[in-house]
Design a binder for this molecule. Structure first.
Ligand code: GDP
Ligand code: IMO
Ligand code: MG
Length: 423
């Protein structure tokens, strides 16, 4: 049985949490493959809104097991908070939630290093969520990191101490004023580690291999989005993992020839939170409307998201890099009432018109070339089937499908589970 992927095609926050939750009824296992608590995946059902950071978005379904894969980085303190927030739902987390022994740990000092690094950059800062993601992946690739499996060893605290001491020296290297009380942070950390150790740690690549062999249906859940990919994103304004399809292979131990459907998810417009180039960004009333109607505030940091028109140059690039086989368009409802919609179909790049995503998309190099389309005024949020969608929205969808050469199988018309239209 092949493993299907679901991943974001823009700068994150496309609505992955919602769609994974909707799709979980068709899967036996949901497995997160990269990122960490920099992610904020929102689910809404039965009048409840819930945000997950590290725990996969299939957790609310009784039928599914949720796996945190080796490619994920875990902050025990945040993980404990997530577990605490789930308590009221009476989920059997020991039977439903497994963690890879090979996943790396975010230490309190990783978070401090993140803060020091960002503070030292001044105006050039990445706009990191400050969850320690960059420093943790640096320790992973630098072969210094601590893994979940280390927690099962008797000397893990010694390993911790030696790494934390090194980090403290590194924090001092940055000539910035970071106030912290490490003893207090460590008290929380050690307490949270004890909670984490009550969960089931597994060799997740083996577990997933056996599950696949037994015919179980597996959906790999991505975090962030393709334009935040460490290799293919808008470097250096990216995150520190491979958010694209290949990241699911390395982040779960699934071989490339075992990947089935690649489900790519995008908003009907574009948002970005944090710093970095964004060619179709709007600074006018239209952008303000998208932000207000779409409630565009970061699920992890609460920061307002920057908003702009759909960028097809970037979206085509993401579709290709990931090998997307089906698309999902989110937040169509937010565009209701716009008289005209713009879609960026090419870039003016250093005086030349191009249709590919170049090395550098900074504003001094790139201005968007737009196609205009008629908007729709109908409220979509109560619509339940494709035949109710207004003509102008169908034209918008047809145009995108033709440009992207991939079918749009789901149109989402609101944050709730039920506001999901299949095509
Ligand atoms: P993720 O990180 O990809 O899981 O996305 P986030 O949860 O960070 O951000 C998506 C936001 O949009 C959340 O607040 C969702 O509840 C909301 N959302 C998802 N789909 C839709 C939709 O179709 N319409 C509207 N209006 N909101 C949506
Ligand atoms: P989900 O999974 C949107 C952004 C940050 C910053 C950059 C680097 O909810 O889509 P990091 O904390 O990784 O050092 O931040 O990446 N970023 C996200 N933006 N959604 C996310 O996750 C993000 N995770 C990180 O804002 O610009
Ligand atoms: Mg999010």
């Amino acid at each position: 049985m092949a493993v299907d992927l679901l991943l974001g095609l823009q700068w994150g926050d496309e609505g992955k949490g919602k769609i994974v939750d909707v799709l979980t009824q068709d899967y036996d296992i949901i497995a997160r493959f990269q990122g960490g608590p920099n992610a904020g995946h929102t689910l809404e059902f039965d009048g409840i809104k819930h945000v997950l950071h590290t725990i996969p978005s299939g957790i609310f379904h009784k039928n599914a097991v949720n796996v945190v894969g080796n490619g994920v980085v875990i902050d025990p303190v945040i993980f404990k908070k997530e577990l605490d927030a789930l308590k009221k739902f009476n989920l059997d987390v020991n039977a439903k939630l497994f963690i890879s022994r090979k996943a790396h740990l975010i230490l309190p000092t990783h978070r401090l290093l993140d803060a020091a690094s960002e503070a030292s950059k001044g105006k050039a800062k990445i706009g990191s969520t400050l969850k320690g993601i960059g420093p943790t992946y640096m320790d992973k690739t630098g072969r210094n990191g601590m893994r979940i499996g280390d927690l099962e060893l008797s000397d893990w605290k010694e390993k911790y101490r030696s790494l934390a001491n090194k980090h403290e020296a590194m924090i001092n290297f940055y000539d910035v004023d970071i106030q912290y009380d490490l003893a207090e942070l460590e008290t929380d950390f050690f307490k949270a580690v004890e909670e984490l150790k009550k969960l089931t740690f597994i060799d997740s690549e083996e577990y997933l291999y056996q599950a696949q062999k037994a015919g179980k249906k597996i959906l790999a859940e991505g975090a962030q989005g393709s334009l935040l990919d460490i290799d293919f994103g808008t470097y250096p304004f990216v995150t520190s993992s491979n958010t694209t399809a290949a990241g699911a292979c390395t982040g779960l131990g699934v071989a490339p020839n075992q990947i089935g459907a690649v489900k790519g998810i995008f908003k009907a417009y574009t948002t970005r939170v944090g710093s970095g180039p964004f060619p179709t960004e709007l600074f006018d009333e239209d952008g303000e409307t998208m932000g207000r109607v779409g409630n565009e505030f970061g699920a992890t940091t609460g920061r307002p998201r920057r908003c702009g028109w759909l960028d097809l140059v970037a979206l085509k690039y993401a579709v290709r890099v990931n090998g997307v086989t089906e698309l999902m368009m989110m937040k169509g409802d937010v565009l209701s009432g716009f008289k005209k919609l713009k879609v960026c179909t090419a870039y003016n790049y250093k005086g030349e018109q191009i249709e590919h995503f170049p090395y550098n998309i900074e504003a001094e190099n790139v201005t968007p070339v737009y196609s205009e389309m008629a908007g729709w005024k109908e409220d979509l949020t109560k619509m339940t089937s494709a035949d109710q969608l207004p003509k102008e929205l169908n034209d918008y969808i047809d145009f995108l499908e033709k440009e992207l050469e991939v079918p749009i199988k789901i149109v989402s018309v609101g944050p709730d589970r039920t506001q999901t239209i299949l095509r």
